[in-house]
Design a protein around this ligand. Structure first.
Ligand code: FBP
Length: 271
């Protein structure tokens, strides 16, 4: 059958399988230095070399860095998702985050994929949509997977965790051409199933969020994501703020990759 695609646009399913061949995985996020500032870190986690080591020993499918950290600390032992845009939390008002790195630069730093945050609902949504569109175009031309951090935020968003808002965020990923989308958890597998469904062929990853009060509470959310058909999670604080980052990583893998239940996974990890 003759291709009806425009020249230069290749037919493809979903490039994220390059990073997560089984369709499931764990990404270790460490872009907090810019998003939140060093307040998220302690004496140990402030050092990007420590997080690089956790990513490797914890067998993460990828580690997420901004370009400066990648330049100085990325050692190539775990695939890299390079976060192309970022903002600080120092500025008030509706959020806007613009690219500080290109796809080409990301590749030269060893990236296997690129990431970008869109704050849908912000008064600057259009600027981020436009820029993200350009990034998807360039990345896909080069067969590079694109992960969208899809966080509805701004004065128009009353509840960023509400089911309709999170499902909308997941759908934005599909509509804008992302290969994977990272969204907040909605609280139950029943609800999250609708989020996953809304994203279609786009793989849905849960954002870890602030350190959970207990391991069990956190792992129960992760189990819920997997029961709902999610692909895994892109997690930061709940791993590198943990007193035993490798143990919690092991429990996460047991749930995400092996489908274990929470108690089994905790026991196997020695938690
Ligand atoms: P966590 O698992 O620590 O929540 O990391 C996920 C993440 O999306 C980071 O990649 C990003 O820096 C941060 O959360 C954004 O946090 P916020 O929700 O405050 O914008």
């Amino acid at each position: 059958m003759p291709s009806r695609l425009k020249p230069g646009i290749k037919m493809k399913d979903n490039l994220i399988y390059k990073l997560v061949p089984s369709g499931k995985g764990l990404f270790l996020a460490y872009d907090h230095g810019i998003e939140h500032g060093p307040t998220d870190f302690n004496e140990v986690s402030v050092d990007p070399a420590f997080v690089m080591e956790v990513a490797e020993k914890g067998q993460f499918e990828a580690v997420v860095f901004h370009k400066g950290v990648a330049e100085k600390y990325y050692n190539g032992r775990v695939p890299l998702i390079l976060k192309l845009n970022g903002k600080t939390k120092l500025r008030e008002g509706d959020p806007v985050s613009r690219a500080v790195c290109t796809v080409e630069e990301a590749l030269s730093l060893g990236a296997a994929a690129v990431g970008y945050t869109v704050y849908a609902g912000s008064e600057y949504e259009r600027e981020m949509f436009t820029e993200f569109g350009e990034i998807v175009r360039e990345a896909h031309k080069l067969d590079v997977p694109v992960v969208l951090w899809s966080y509805p935020r701004g004065h128009s968003i009353k509840d960023q965790f509400a089911l309709d808002v999170v499902a909308y965020a997941a759908r934005v990923g599909l509509e804008l051409g992302a290969d994977a989308v990272k969204v907040e958890y909605t609280g139950s597998p029943q609800d999250f199933r609708w989020v996953v469904k809304s994203a279609g062929k786009v793989k849905v990853f849960m954002a870890g969020g602030p350190k959970a009060p207990t391991d069990e509470a956190f792992l129960t959310q992760v189990k819920g994501v997997m029961e709902a058909g999610g692909a895994g999670l892109a997690v930061g604080r709940n791993v590198w703020q943990h007193k035993e980052p490798l143990k919690i990583s092991k429990a996460l893998r047991a749930i995400v990759m092996q489908g274990q239940d929470v108690k089994q996974a905790m026991a196997a990890a020695g938690l």
